[in-house]
Design a protein around this ligand. Structure first.
Ligand code: ADP
Ligand code: ZN
Ligand code: ZN
Length: 694
């Protein structure tokens, strides 16, 4: 028997699969160590065959079969992802193989057994290890395993193979043990449809369109229970666990150790441990961000995509997959139900999925009134009416989609502007840290004391970011809590705001995620136009979602609440729709606009970026791509090439294909890149392909 093996390597040039003699018991999904040229690689068995074109004397046997394996369906899914997003099979497979490769040493959990006594002779390092362990509690051993072994020998530390699970979620919001509440009428009706779908072999995909606070999570919990009762498993995708630990807590409370949680704060060992629990069937529900769509579960019956409008479902590495699309594919192949949920669904989902509506909040309250504040003629970041409202509200959330102090800095005397040396963008002032930073490449430099061009001492700052807003709010005497990508521990900031009895949570769109603070009575969007100005066909959709989601955060409790939207464009459709809480009207208008302009979901966009040290070769490669695509008759328009701003010391050129038919366009895109990239004339040019760019 021959095993077709795909070696796990990131090299694009190395295209498998390669044939080896199959050891006994090897199946599709087995992991092998195979000799490859002079090296040894880990590979995944992607197929088995009776025949091969490799001559018998050249066929070799793998070095060994690794103890772990990937479910065969996941090998198929990985192959599909690779093709769908113009990547390589090996990169696709890296999404579904056990974390940390197949090195798969068993995980040992270390726990303090007793505190050191007088007689213990310990090195400083050993004392530090013990102190750390006392502070963190039981944790997985990493590279310090040998040191921990020596401490085990002294009777100070216990090591076990079984995890003592300490999920981040329990300390996050304080676990509340719940007996399921009786459902509301709308929840009952939605659940009935979901249960009917779960009983089918190939259920229709569903969209749970429910205003914030309408009890969507409770519906997911019941749906997961039904899937489990039918002997199936469930995947629950959530946007970002650090920001929305409540939903994880609710799943863990309801299902206990049946739940495995995958999130970015897990150590490598913990991640392997959770993967293993899912693979062996010990855990049957997986909750996690986008990568959890690849959870190694058998018999998936339900895939939930919570907050399906959230941009974090798109992966920005290679393959640039969209977890929502992968979820739909996985559900289809497994005969599982895909259940997407949101208060502000994407036009794509609104059109494609059958809709279940939760139009009322569980607590019977109406959504808070949304009012626009016309900022034309106002010089300050906050309108006087906003300041009054903030002073009158005990707890408020203020959203400004721009971090840092001010968004650019220039010289009042000669006009010199401080730009990133690696990218053609302005540097952003971070005053507390005393530096200017590039938000694209991370470049930092010290705040200038004087102009580097003319020596003038007069340096001007323009625009307001969250850091400055925080300062302004503190100046008017409001206790302020900031939440943005510069904050080291977002969870801690949220908890501090939750505990405070008055104050303002100020930050970027992170403040509008699914938090549940019952005592917030005011939401403010500062500069709603920042999102609207974005040169992207999704700008309107994002703006509507942002305002509506913020409205969902305000006025959750008894006291009610309101939302103020500061804008220069009060008549923009997205803002007007948000004021009227008119999701249906907004979505209908947005779909009509997209159909007229042939944007998704009425077309597929594929974006190509060619980058090089110099502008000319980048542009030449993009031009060659455009020619190849046009001459190969790609079914759609080829837009560009156009220069893009320089990023991380690379000059860039961009090309967009707007295609009516997806599959042939993706195939043509992959072929064009393979051909042009292989041409020596374009040596030194890097190519990236993004299907469904965000
Ligand atoms: P959503 O996800 O739609 O924003 P949640 O599921 O977070 O809404 O529900 C809002 C609040 O209502 C939560 O505190 C939840 O525990 C509670 N809740 C949900 N369903 C019910 C119900 N049927 N009866 C009572 N409380 C409920
Ligand atoms: Zn100057
Ligand atoms: Zn930069």
């Amino acid at each position: 028997m021959i095993a077709r093996v795909e070696p796990l390597t990131t090299a694009r040039a190395l295209r498998g699969p390669f044939d080896y003699l199959a050891p006994d018991g090897v199946v599709v999904g087995s992991l092998l160590r195979v000799p490859f040229g002079r090296q040894e690689l880990t590979g995944v068995v992607v197929g088995l065959s009776e025949t091969t074109e490799v001559p018998a004397e050249k066929l070799v046997t793998p070095k060994r079969v690794l103890p772990q394996s990937v479910p065969a369906e996941m090998v198929a899914l990985a192959t599909w992802v690779a093709a769908e997003y113009c990547s390589t099979t090996a990169r696709g497979l890296s999404l579904v193989t056990p974390p940390g490769g197949a090195a798969a040493r068993p995980v040992f959990w270390a726990e303090l057994r007793r505190a050191p006594a007088e007689g213990d002779r310990l090195t400083d390092r050993q004392r530090t290890l013990l102190d750390d362990l006392a502070r963190t509690g039981p944790r997985a051993a990493g590279t310090d395993l040998p040191a921990l072994r020596r401490l085990e020998g002294k009777g100070l530390v216990a090591l076990h193979q079984r995890a003592r699970r300490t999920t981040l979620t329990h300390d996050a919001v304080g676990a509340r043990t719940t007996t399921p509440p009786p459902l509301t009428g709308e929840q009952t009706a939605a659940l009935a449809e979901i249960e009917t779908a779960l009983a089918q072999d190939h259920p229709e995909r569903l969209l749970l369109h429910g205003v914030t606070g309408s009890g969507k999570t409770e519906v997911y919990l019941r749906a997961a229970a039904t899937a489990l009762a039918r002997g199936r498993t469930a995947i629950i995708l959530v946007p970002e666990i650090a920001l929305t630990p409540q939903i994880v807590t609710r799943f863990v409370d309801r299902f206990g150790d049946t739940v495995a949680v995958l999130h970015s704060k897990l150590t490598a060992a913990e991640r392997r441990d959770e993967w293993h629990r899912l693979r062996t069937g010990e855990a049957r529900v997986c909750v996690g961000p986008r990568s959890a769509v690849f959870a190694p579960l058998d018999g998936v019956g339900l895939i939930v995509v919570d907050e399906e409008h959230d941009p974090s479902y798109k992966h920005e590495g290679d393959p640039r997959y969209d977890a929502r699309r992968v979820a739909a594919k996985r559900a289809q192949d497994a005969g599982a139900l895909l259940l997407c949920g949101s208060a502000t669904p994407r036009p794509e989902s609104y059109r494609a999925l059958r809709r279940l509506r939760l139009s009322r909040r569980v607590d019977g309250q109406h959504p808070p009134p949304v009012r626009t504040i016309d900022m034309r003629g106002t010089e300050t970041a906050l309108h006087p009416d906003t300041v009054d409202a903030l002073a009158a509200s005990r707890k408020s959330i203020v959203l400004l989609n721009r971090r840092g102090w001010s968004n650019f800095v220039d010289c009042r005397t000669c006009g010199h502007a401080w730009m990133c040396p690696n990218c053609d963008v302005a540097l952003v002032l971070h005053r507390a840290g005393g530096y200017l930073a590039c938000h694209h490449c991370g470049h930092r430099e010290r705040v200038p004391q004087r102009c580097t061009e003319c020596g003038s001492m007069s340096v001007a700052r323009h625009g307001t970011g969250t850091e400055q807003l925080e300062h302004d709010l503190e100046q008017i005497g409001l206790p302020t809590f900031r939440l943005d990508a510069d904050v080291r521990d977002p969870g801690a900031a949220l908890r501090a705001f939750e505990r405070a009895d008055r104050g303002v949570l100020v930050g970027t769109q992170m403040v509008a995620k699914g938090h549940d603070f019952p005592d917030v009575t005011l939401g403010v969007v500062v500069d709603a136009d920042a999102t609207l100005r974005f040169p992207d066909f999704r700008a309107e959709e994002r703006t509507f979602a942002l305002v509506a989601q913020l409205a969902g955060r305000a006025g959750r409790g008894e006291a009610g609440g309101k939302v103020l939207v500061q804008t220069l464009a009060p008549d923009a459709p997205s803002i007007a729709a948000a004021v009227h809480h008119d999701a249906d009207g907004f979505l209908a208008g947005e779909l009509a606009r997209r159909e007229a302009l042939r944007y998704p979901p009425f077309a597929t966009l594929i974006k190509f970026v060619c980058s090089a040290e110099q502008a000319a070769p980048a542009m030449a490669a993009a031009t060659a791509l455009a020619e190849h695509l046009r001459s190969s008759g790609v079914p759609g328009d080829v837009l560009g090439p156009a220069p893009l701003f320089r990023l991380r010391e690379r000059e860039r050129a961009q090309l967009i294909v707007k295609a009516a038919e997806r599959r042939p366009a993706v195939v043509a895109a992959g072929a064009a890149v393979a051909t042009v990239a292989a041409d020596k004339a374009h040596k030194g040019v890097a190519f990236s392909v993004d299907v469904d760019p965000q």
